[in-house]
Ligand binder design. Structure first.
Ligand SMILES: *[C@@H]1O[C@H](CO)[C@@H](O)[C@H](O)[C@H]1NC(C)=O
Ligand SMILES: *[C@@H]1O[C@H](CO)[C@@H](O)[C@H](O)[C@H]1NC(C)=O
Ligand SMILES: *[C@@H]1O[C@H](CO)[C@@H](O)[C@H](O)[C@H]1NC(C)=O
Length: 362
């Protein structure tokens, strides 16, 4: 590792240490693992030096070979969050300097109890399921592999049998639970108790999304593709598809009461009877509008964001700029165009210029 990288790393570690001091061993320590995504080769650092809480360090020591998957899981989750929200006011990015005591990756949103918090927890837990399960199927683990319960059987009458490698999503889910879910501690503060319960629920909702989108892949055998016999296996959907489902859950997320007795219930009194499903995303607090910069919360605001003048949706200048209006810049593109192949042997092109309008929020 070169000096600059080492320096960056030691700064990062100092930051984590400072943050750790603010939240000693609390459940807030839960999110520290997200920092793993920014480490180059975590397995070279050893478990003790990674941004993990004590329980996770313990797990890491026992199973260090899982580190690459943990890092990949964090990367998947973060990337999908940014992709799903790239056109929205909250775009899963925090201000350049996130406030002290908050996560440098998600800032205020990680502990705010909003719909955005719900999405972050769900997508990160799902990312971990996905990457660990992938790694099992790839044969990179000793303690898991393909789903062995599906190796025999099938349906002879329908002309197919289980074969190939079915993704063992149950292993991934159980690992994600062990790594992320903390038992609700004996906390007296009502506020933090309901937030903890909410976060745990949303972790599980994320894992359920991966399980729900398992699909069946089959390959045909038989005389010249007659498909008389098929071999089938279960496979996880792409993480993008899982992200879409979670975005949908986010848009239909359920507000719960901030008073928690034996279990959580809906905030709306006339809806209390409707049960909360385990794949629902739950939130406690209303979100801010994310329109203007708030340095204290690490909200960057939408000033300077590119918007679409003709769209009626969230990416439209009207909504994205919160009614402040927008600036228009003309951007010149130069491309090679009208290319002709000249015998023999080169290509001659013209230079074409085009102008496009780019709009950014005031
Ligand atoms: C499996 O391990 C190999 C070699 O360490 C690595 O290149 C590959 O990315 C891993 N695959 C998965 C899905 O983890
Ligand atoms: C939790 O708190 C209650 C009362 O505050 C106490 O009686 C109980 O022993 C505590 N349980 C644990 C596991 O700390
Ligand atoms: C802007 O929005 C319109 C309408 O939704 C869409 O057809 C168009 O492709 C968008 N333009 C860009 C640059 O995304």
């Amino acid at each position: 590792m070169d000096r600059a990288a080492l320096l960056g790393l030691s700064r990062l570690c100092a930051l984590w240490a400072a943050v750790l001091a603010l939240f000693p061993c609390g459940a807030q320590g839960n999110w520290m693992w997200l920092g793993i995504a920014s480490f180059g080769v975590p397995e070279k650092l050893g478990c003790a030096n990674l941004p993990l809480n004590s329980r996770q360090k313990e797990l890491c020591k026992r199973k260090p070979y899982l580190l690459p998957s943990i890092r990949e899981g964090a990367r998947l989750g973060i990337q999908e969050c940014r992709s799903q929200f790239r056109h929205e006011r909250w775009n899963c990015l925090v201000a350049a300097a996130s406030p002290p005591g908050t996560s440098p990756l998600f800032g205020y949103e990680l502990n705010s109890g909003t719909k955005e918090t719900a999405f972050i927890y769900a997508v990160m837990a799902a990312g971990l399921v996905h990457s660990v399960t992938r790694s099992c199927s790839a044969g990179n683990m000793t303690e898991c592999s393909c789903d062995t319960t599906l190796q025999n059987g099938g349906s002879a009458s329908e002309g197919w049998h289980w074969g190939g490698c079915s993704d063992d999503v149950q292993y991934g889910m159980s690992f994600s639970r062990k790594f992320l879910d903390f038992p609700i501690r004996n906390t007296t503060a009502k506020e933090s108790k309901v937030l903890l319960a909410m976060n745990l629920h949303n972790n599980e909702a994320g894992r359920q999304a991966v399980a729900k989108l398992m699909s069946l892949d089959c390959r045909c055998h038989g005389v010249s593709g007659s498909c008389a016999v098929k071999t089938c296996w279960k496979t996880m959907s792409s993480f993008e598809k899982i992200g879409h489902l979670l975005k949908d859950k986010y848009e239909n997320s359920v507000q719960i009461s901030d008073k928690i007795k034996r279990k959580m219930h809906r905030r709306e009194k006339d809806q209390r009877k409707i049960p909360i499903r385990k794949d629902d995303l739950l939130y406690v607090n209303k979100s801010p509008n994310y329109c203007v910069e708030d340095k204290k919360l690490g909200i960057p605001g939408t000033q300077g964001r590119e918007c679409n003048r003709t769209s009626e949706g969230a990416d439209g200048c009207n909504l994205l700029c919160c009614g402040r209006g927008y600036n228009t810049h003309v951007v010149r593109h130069v491309e090679r165009c009208e290319c002709k192949f000249i015998w023999c042997c080169y290509v001659r092109c013209r230079r074409c210029e085009s102008m496009t309008d780019v709009h950014t929020c005031k």
